[in-house]
Design a protein around this ligand. Structure first.
Ligand SMILES: [Zn+2]
Length: 393
């Protein structure tokens, strides 16, 4: 009976108008930073601009970022493995041009953030702070001078690999698949030089997507705290992109931060099978889509959008995403976790997180789980700011 009464009491408390007001207020007050959003590459692909109203088309746009309480967004400078020598670095610059142009069109609503001082200015003036992170070492085309130029244009982290390995670092996907790269896994001499140069420049080393060998090499060499800009935990969802408990402990020791990815397949270990069954059901349609665009990602995204009600039934709950957060906190404490949604780079997210406007629901869930205001501020942005500052020194 006591239990029932308690359950009733907590239900009443968390569904009261006062509670609804308080989580929204807290979210509004916090500096909310998302360290991974793929709008720029998706926008180029779809022919859409960030300052358009894209509700129902993308996860994010400028207006909805504000509705979601986002203060600072790190935009991913990304291209896939089809870009290589002679094209990847040029495409990175085209994406940076795109972001600069968007900011120039909206000088009262956005600003480029290059450092923690700019970040504070963005927050105090109420503009969306736009940061950049390079996703995939292949974009520097094996040239440290390209790394330096991307840093000079404002890129403040680089994910050492995407799903594809480079000549100097092996990816999680390739290490797990035991792919023969023609050289040992991990960082080679050039890879070590790149990490060292990033430390000197104050460019954060991002270990999302990298293989375990590369991960431990990077952690050993880096003299500054690292980030995982968009990763979850292997213990709760064993996929190559997620971090094992040992890796999580190593990030804790390094002083870094793990920013949670919202992709259903990284959050929920049962999603992959359910999603595969869904795709098999619509295989004929997928095959016809692949004829015009050979990208698996876009074919699946099309099916997810077309059969929304059907796929909604297999999306995980937001509570499972926050279970990943709890798991990290249990292992290494509250100073090493944050948010890296991967919005506009994923085709499925937890069912409560349809787009960026739903971000306050994360704060609600954290409050329900008893996290203090101070801890929530750290999770929403404070931890990332600490790592950014440590890299600036
Ligand atoms: Zn990614």
């Amino acid at each position: 009976m006591k239990k029932i009464l308690f359950a009733f009491f907590t239900l009443a408390l968390f569904s009261s108008p006062a509670f609804s007001q308080s989580y929204k207020k807290l979210h509004e007050k916090a500096i909310v930073i998302d360290t991974h959003n793929d709008f720029i590459s998706t926008g180029i692909e779809k022919g859409k601009s960030f300052d358009q109203n894209l509700k129902g088309i993308t996860h994010s746009d400028l207006k909805r970022m504000k509705e979601g309480g986002i203060d600072v967004q790190v935009f991913s400078i990304f291209c896939d493995e089809n870009y290589g020598k002679g094209t990847a670095y040029a495409f990175a610059n085209r994406e940076i041009d795109t972001l600069y142009a968007t900011v120039a069109r909206n000088p009262n609503r956005m600003m480029i953030v290059r450092n923690s001082k700019d970040l504070q200015t963005a927050v105090s003036t109420g503009k969306l702070g736009a940061m950049m992170g390079v996703e995939g070492g292949h974009m520097i085309e094996d040239e440290i001078s390209n790394l330096e130029k991307l840093h000079a244009r404002g890129a403040r982290y680089m994910t050492l690999t995407w799903n594809n390995s480079t000549s100097w670092a092996s990816s999680a996907a390739d290490e797990r698949a035991k792919k023969d790269l023609g050289h040992p896994y991990g960082l080679n001499a050039l890879g070590e030089q790149i990490v060292k140069r990033m430390n000197e420049l104050g460019m954060i080393v991002d270990i999302s997507h990298v293989g375990e060998k590369t991960f431990y090499d990077a952690i050993r060499i880096s003299t500054k705290p690292v980030i995982a800009s968009h990763s979850c935990t292997y213990a709760l969802c064993p996929v190559p992109r997620n971090l094992t408990d040992e890796q999580i402990k190593a990030v804790g020791k390094n002083g870094g931060v793990i920013q949670l990815n919202f992709y259903s397949g990284f959050v929920d270990s049962s999603f992959r099978d359910k999603n595969n069954a869904f795709i098999r059901k619509h295989q004929q349609e997928k095959d016809s889509l692949l004829k015009s665009n050979p990208s698996d990602f876009y074919a699946n995204l099309y099916l997810h959008e077309k059969y929304k009600d059907e796929i909604d039934g297999v999306r995980p709950s937001l509570t499972l995403l926050i279970d990943h957060l709890d798991h990290i906190v249990k292992l290494i404490g509250v100073n090493h976790v944050g948010l890296g949604s991967d919005f506009d780079g994923i085709n499925s997210s937890p069912r409560e997180l349809n787009d960026v406007t739903n971000m306050p629901l994360i704060t609600e869930e954290l409050m329900k789980r008893g996290y203090s205001k101070k801890d929530i501020f750290k999770i929403l942005g404070g931890n990332f700011i600490r790592v950014l500052k440590a890299n600036e020194q």
